[in-house]
Design a protein around this ligand. Structure first.
Ligand code: BYC
Length: 475
């Protein structure tokens, strides 16, 4: 079904034929706009931004470019087209027809997952709200705003599901999604990473590389759900998500490129020499990677989780690319082996049912995906003739959730004494002086085509336009 832009809320879910739902969502809409004005990109309401807006969910329609003021962006409700005769792809109901309504017995579990997913979207907009003031270029500013409006739309996607399928509870939860705020002492966002401040662009690039990638894995798992409207919503969200990770991957690649140029110019890899030239030294980048990767690993939940087991058994949440990637879609007999701390400074092997290990299965696939960028950046470093390497820290390092929570493991994954860990941790993640230095680099550059000195220009512009294009007109 094509998207009807004549309506107050653009949608392809035939909203006009469900007056009660339409009214409820039209009631939520001004509250969303108030939230956007208060918590969205600060001071850029008048800026004209070259943005992509979906005008259809197919290959031709999903990426339509034009210049828009962000408050005029048409946030709407778009589901990917249904797949005819789709059947449950995993768990105890494997092979049965998928559900168009939420089965009563799974209602609270679905609501919890949809609320958790929905909560991350506005959280990220809140975290990034002040970055516009220190953008390294108009190209980057435009990408930030593209991500922000799309996270706003992803919130709409979850709010639609809550309103359409969860009655009064769903409407209340939709209200709460605008009431919790990132970092708020009394009403924080649900998941840890979404309460971490993002005050500089290096953090933003790490967040889009690591945390948006968790988004990819979680959305892919929910895209397998037997609740078909959720699966279709997530499938469409994934088309938009790819750009967010692209911003992280290419952005960090551009930081590495600029650093290598400075290393060549100065003939040194001494961090102080690099910093004097206004670039990010590689050990500093490593500490940022350590911080954001370890925080994002927690987003997969506990290694052993009865929530994850029942979500899989019931057909609520599958594994990414369930059909293509796995042979056994029921996993009733299979087991999974884990290594966990034994509480006495050593390790213990534990064998658990595969269903209970689904969070760990996802986290392992996520780690493999994260390695790809690291390989690419290390190749850049090697080609430039330098010997250093960037590394992902071990999944045991600095965890706050699950079997490794608060375990004193170093970035290599070795268990060390607690005193030693506490002493050395400060050197493994960004220090106050690292953050102050990065902050000092964050000078706003808004002349078309110009770049801040700490990041190399992108290889190409947006939608075949040149890098020099005025992607944002600041009025
Ligand atoms: N911080 O059995 P457990 C995205 C809670 S990112 C704080 O271990 P379960 C995006 C958990 O909620 C993708 N709390 O885990 C990216 C539970 O609490 P309750 C977001 C945490 O349930 C960038 C308790 O610990 N989508 O889209 O198997 C920009 C025990 O849970 C954390 C989703 O996450 C944490 N890190 O799995 C914009 C998908 N981790 O309920 C957007 C939906 C766990 O007992 N969520 N807890 O009070 C889920 O699938 C699951 O809720 C989780 C946890 C994977 C998060």
């Amino acid at each position: 079904m094509s998207i009807n832009y004549g309506e107050k809320i653009p949608n392809n879910v035939d909203l006009a034929n469900d007056r009660a739902l339409q009214r409820a969502l039209e009631h939520w809409q001004p509250r969303f706009m108030d939230w956007w004005r208060e918590m969205g990109p600060s001071d850029f309401a008048g800026a004209e931004v070259y943005l992509r807006t979906a005008i259809g969910v197919d290959a031709e329609g999903w990426a339509h470019y034009g210049t828009v003021k962000m408050p005029d962006y048409r946030w709407g409700i778009f589901l990917a087209d249904p797949i005819a005769d789709r059947t449950v792809g995993f768990g105890d109901s494997f092979g049965e027809p998928v559900w168009q309504q939420v089965p009563g017995e799974f209602r609270s579990q679905f609501r919890r997952l949809i609320v958790t997913q929905g909560d991350t979207e506005p959280a990220s907009v809140e975290q990034q709200r002040r970055l516009g003031h220190t953008c390294p270029s108009l190209f980057d500013l435009r990408n930030l705003f593209q991500i922000n409006v799309e996270e706003g739309r992803h919130l709409w996607a979850m709010v639609y599901l809550l309103h359409a399928y969860f009655g009064r509870d769903g409407r209340e939860e939709a209200g709460e999604l605008l009431a919790r705020h990132s970092g708020d002492v009394d009403k924080p966002r649900i998941l840890g990473t979404f309460n971490e401040p993002i005050e500089d662009w290096l953090s933003f690039l790490c967040f889009t590389y690591f945390t948006d990638r968790d988004g990819k894995f979680q959305l892919k798992s929910l895209a397998e759900s037997s609740f078909d409207p959720l699966a279709r919503t997530c499938r469409f969200m994934l088309t938009e998500e790819a750009h967010h990770m692209f911003v992280g991957e290419t952005g960090l690649g551009r930081v590495v490129k600029r650093t290598l140029e400075v290393m060549k110019e100065t003939g040194s890899d001494d961090p102080q020499a690099i910093r004097r030239e206004g670039a990010v030294d590689l050990p500093l980048l490593q500490r940022y990677l350590n911080f954001w990767f370890s925080s994002s690993l927690d987003l997969f939940g506990s290694e052993v989780s009865s929530n994850a087991a029942s979500a899989f058994a019931s057909g609520i949440k599958g594994r990414p690319d369930e059909t293509a990637q796995y042979q056994d879609h029921v996993c009733a007999e299979a087991s999974f082996e884990l290594e966990v701390p034994d509480g006495r400074g050593g390790l213990r092997k534990e064998t658990v049912g595969m269903r209970n290990a689904m969070n760990e299965v996802l986290r392992s696939a996520y780690i493999r995906d994260c390695e790809i960028g690291l390989k690419r950046w290390n190749m850049q470093i090697k080609r430039a003739g330098f010997g250093s390497e960037l590394r992902l820290p071990s999944s045991r390092f600095r965890r706050a959730i699950g079997a490794w929570a608060n375990a004193p493991a170093d970035p290599g994954g070795k268990l060390i004494g607690r005193d030693e860990f506490e002493r050395d941790l400060a050197g493994w993640i960004p220090s106050a002086s690292d953050r102050a230095f990065v902050k000092s680099l964050m000078q706003r550059v808004v002349q078309p085509g110009k770049m801040a000195g700490w990041i190399a220009p992108p290889e190409r512009g947006v939608n075949n336009l040149p890098v020099e294009y005025a992607y944002v007109r600041l009025n």
